[in-house]
Design a protein. Sequence first.
Length: 319
Amino acid sequence: MVTTFLIALSAGAASALMFASLLSGSLIAIPLFYFSPLPLVVAGLGWGPVAASIGGIMAATGLGLLFGMSFLAVFVVTVALPAWWLGHLALLGRRVAAVPAANGTPATAPVIEWYPVGRLLLWVAGFAALTTMGALLTLGSDSAAIHDALRPMLVRIMQASDVPSSDRNVAATLAVAPAAAALVAIMTLTLNLWVAGRITATSGRLQRSWPDLTTTAMPPMTLVALCVAIALTFQDGLIGIFAMIVSATLIMAFALTGFATLHMLTRNLKNRALWLGSAYALVTFLVWPIAALVVLGLADAFFGFRDRLAQRPPPPPAA
């Protein structure tokens, strides 16, 4: 128990320092801010959700005493709560009794069915959407106030980047800024969860088996939610902005399942490394090819490519 408390204290202190580094205004503070949930997620996966909750409470209390209650609230909503809940869900499991074979072979020992990775990804998308909405609401209570608060910030960023800050460019950037912020939120939170899992698995502290990420699939009703969110993006005001945020996070979630589909479809190819390396390089340097992965993820959700591939018999051994 003492070890768990010390780990929680260390994780909370590291997370609070990384989160508070944003106040320095330095460039290195941006990645530190986005990776501030990582210590708490590592504590949750390696030492249980209690460690993550203790670390989050201590970090939030310290930030609140130093910088005020608003800073405490932002930390709890954007860092502590997602880190604790995702770590809790990742360790959820139930024992499933094995069924005896038809020829009378006795059943094997019960296996543990862990919380599905697809549902975990849906929670990540939900937290990314909620944190982005909360950040926008701190700027104003309606769309006009939010745009008025974002406009001077975007103008400064465009001027620092030598991008023409004409009214047309600023208006176009304002239109996509909420969706872009949501995409950054879901990608960084997903990366935090994956890196924390790798760290705890490498150290031998991961309290569950490593999942097969190629089988990651979103729940079926996610498609319905995405269609409703896209339809609501045509509304004016906050409804349209929030619908755009939800649409962006769900689309990125399907892009990640597109990556999982690509990994499974290329599993038996001789030049698999070339295919995957080319796909990751295109997405990293050009960004726009991620649309193809979104289409692949949506197509797999509709037609079940991976399910059909799993039902095929294995290829015959080589001579």
